[in-house]
Design a protein around this ligand. Sequence first.
Ligand code: GRF
Length: 214
Amino acid sequence: MERVIVLGVLASGSGTNLQAILDAIAAGSLDARVAVVISNVADAGALARARAAGVEALVIDHKGFADRRAFDAAVVEALRMRGVELVVLAGFMRVVTDVLLGAFPWGVVNIHPALLPAFPGVHAQAQALRHGVRVAGCTVHFVDGGTDTGPIIAQTAVPVLEDDDEASLTARILAKEHALLPQVLQWIAEGRVEVDPSVAGRARVVVRGPRLAG
Ligand code: GRF
């Protein structure tokens, strides 16, 4: 068996990506353990999903802190206390700072509902529809100091259909997110993902071995 990687998941919303991680662990396709789920939103669905799976659910309300860095320091302390090795942003609606990124160098991954570098930031699916792109998708990437700019690990594409609205496109992308995120986490658990910092001043990810995803 591969070694079990200890995850800390940060989420602000319904937590369907968290659920995909928990389901993959339960199914034996992801060699990981979620040590804690942290949310800045007290009634986030992600917290209920964590509790239902017997995972610690922690609320850290950003409004209780002077600035983003102070908030991140509290998050880092909570993650460290629980032995977290890899931080997963799964619908976490806060910009993270150098405090979190410095504590987990190339150890923070994010899932974004667009084929980056197109359409970073919020409302990515609406941006895609507005631009009339024919292909959309999702990206899992390491987090760096920018907004959805870090080195890309993997992507899945979906078609944009003529009668799509934001809800239908979001649902089609989300279904792919639920396969892609656990797959990438498993690659990381297997030690197959490396960040090559040397390419043209911009980090790039190398995934060794077979890359067939669902
Ligand atoms: C997903 O679309 C993810 O890509 C984005 O936020 C959404 C979170 O959904 N970052 P959920 O909370 O995992 O259901």
